[in-house]
Design a protein around this ligand. Structure first.
Ligand code: IPM
Ligand code: MG
Length: 365
C-alpha cells in the first residue's frame, strides 16, 4: 500500500461524537475500497477541550492538525459554555483551526437529493434539481478584523468589530470560486454590500479584475440583501456564489434549508495546498445529543468532500454520494427530514442511518 495519509478526527461537542463516529466508519470503509491507507488520530476541540485543558484549541490538537492532510470535525459549542467571553468560547477552537491552518476557502454545496424535495420549506418545483455552491471566505472579514471588543467610551459601553479585507485575500478566494465555476455551470455570482460598505466595494473591484483571467465564466454581482431574497424566491438561478465570511455564514444556512434540512449540508474548508477540514454546516445541537436522533448525513457527505478535495479520490466521493441518494430513495429518514404526510417513509436513528450507508457501500462496490 502507498504511504499513510494522516487524518485527524475531532468529534467536538453535543452531537459531534455520534455523527463523527458514524462518518469515521464510512471514511475507513471507503479508504479501503480506494486502496488508500489512512493513519487516523483523534483530538479534542471546543467545549470538551475547555473542560479538559482550559482552552478550546489545545496546543497538542493544533500540532496534530498541522501534521494532518485532512481533518474531520463534528461540531463545537453548547449552553454549558455560553457565558464565557467571546475569545474563550468553544467556537474559538474552530475559528483558531481555520485561521492557523489558513483554511481560507470554504465550500458549501447546497444540493437537493431528489427524494427530499418534499422536505424542503419551499415548494417542490422551486427546489427540484437544485445544485448550488457557496464559496465563503473563511479566514478574514469581520470575523477576524481588528480592532475588536467592547470598551467604555464617554461613560458608555461601545462594541466594535472591524470588517477588513486585504486585496490578496479577495483575489485568492475569487480564483477558487472562478475555477470551481469553470468545472460546473460556468456562472459565478459575487455577493457584497457595495452600496454601503467600502470594504465590499474593494471586494467587487478585485473580483471583477480577477474575472478577466476567466473569460469563460459569466460573472455577476448582487447585494447581500437581494441575494438572501433571491435564494428563497428562485434559488435555481444560481450556480456558484462567492462571498465574505459573515455573509457566507448567513447565506449558507439559508441555502441549507432549501435542501430539506440543515442536517444535510456538508462543507470543506481548504488551504491553498489542498489540505482541508471537513465538517457539517450545522452546529452541535445539544438538545439532540446522546439520543441517537441526529442526522449523520451532512458529516458523511463531508467525508465525501474529503475524498474529492484533499485525498484526490473522486470515485470514493461519488460512491458515498450515490449511497446517500439510494438510502434516501429507499425511504429511510432521520427525524429532521421525515415528512409526516408520507407514511411509507421509515424513521431511523443516527447509527441505523450510518449502518444503512455502510451496507449500501458494501453492496455496490
Ligand atoms: C459555521 C458556524 C461557525 C461560523 C461558528 C460555529 C463559529 O456557524 O461554520 O457556519 O460562524 O463560522
Ligand atoms: Mg454558520
Amino acid at each position: 500500500m502507498s504511504e499513510k495519509i494522516e487524518i485527524l478526527v475531532l468529534p467536538g461537542d453535543g452531537i459531534g461524537a455520534e455523527i463523527v463516529a458514524v462518518a469515521e466508519q464510512v471514511m475507513i470503509q471507503v479508504a479501503d475500497r480506494e486502496g488508500l491507507s489512512l493513519a487516523v488520530d483523534h483530538a479534542m476541540v471546543g467545549g470538551g477541550a475547555i473542560d479538559a485543558h482550559g482552552t478550546p484549541l489545545p496546543e497538542e490538537t493544533l500540532e496534530k492538525a498541522r501534521n494532518a492532510r485532512a481533518l474531520l470535525l463534528g461540531a463545537v459549542g453548547g449552553p454549558k459554555w455560553d457565558d464565557l467571553a467571546t475569545l474563550e468560547r468553544p467556537e474559538r477552537g474552530l475559528l483558531g483551526l481555520r485561521s492557523e491552518l489558513e483554511l481560507f476557502a470554504n465550500l458549501r454545496p447546497a444540493l437537493l437529493f431528489a427524494p427530499l424535495a418534499t422536505a424542503s420549506s419551499l415548494k417542490e418545483e422551486l427546489v427540484t434539481g437544485l445544485d448550488i455552491l457557496i464559496v465563503r471566505e473563511l479566514t478574514g472579514g469581520i470575523y477576524f478584523g481588528e480592532p475588536r471588543g467592547v470598551r467604555i467610551v464617554d461613560n458608555e459601553r461601545v462594541g466594535i468589530n472591524s470588517y477588513v479585507y486585504k486585496e490578496h485575500e479577495i483575489d485568492r478566494i475569487a480564483r477558487v470560486a472562478f475555477e470551481l465555476a469553470q468545472k460546473r455551470g460556468g456562472r459565478l455570482c459575487s455577493v457584497d454590500k457595495a452600496n454601503v460598505l467600502e470594504v465590499t466595494q474593494l471586494w467587487r473591484e478585485v473580483v471583477t479584475e480577477v474575472g478577466r483571467d476567466y473569460p469563460d465564466v459569466e460573472l455577476s454581482h448582487m447585494y447581500v440583501d437581494n441575494a438572501g431574497m433571491q435564494l428563497v424566491r428562485a434559488p435555481k438561478q444560481f450556480d456558484v456564489l462567492v462571498t465574505g465570511n459573515l455573509f457566507g455564514d448567513i447565506l449558507s444556512d439559508v441555502a441549507a434549508m432549501l435542501t430539506g434540512s440543515l442536517g444535510m449540508l456538508p462543507s470543506a474548508s481548504l488551504a491553498g495546498d489542498g489540505r482541508g477540514l471537513f465538517e457539517p454546516v450545522h452546529g452541535s445541537a445539544p438538545d439532540l445529543a446522546g439520543r441517537d436522533l441526529a442526522n449523520p448525513l451532512a458529516t458523511i457527505l463531508s467525508v465525501a468532500m474529503m475524498f474529492r478535495y484533499s485525498l484526490d479520490a473522486p470515485k470514493g466521493a461519488d460512491a458515498i454520494e450515490t449511497a446517500v441518494d439510494r438510502v434516501l430513495d429507499a425511504g429511510y429518514r432521520t427525524a429532521d427530514i421525515i415528512v409526516a404526510t408520507e407514511p411509507e417513509l421509515r424513521l431511523v436513528g443516527t447509527r441505523e442511518m450510518g449502518d444503512l450507508i455502510a451496507a449500501e457501500l458494501e453492496a455496490k462496490p
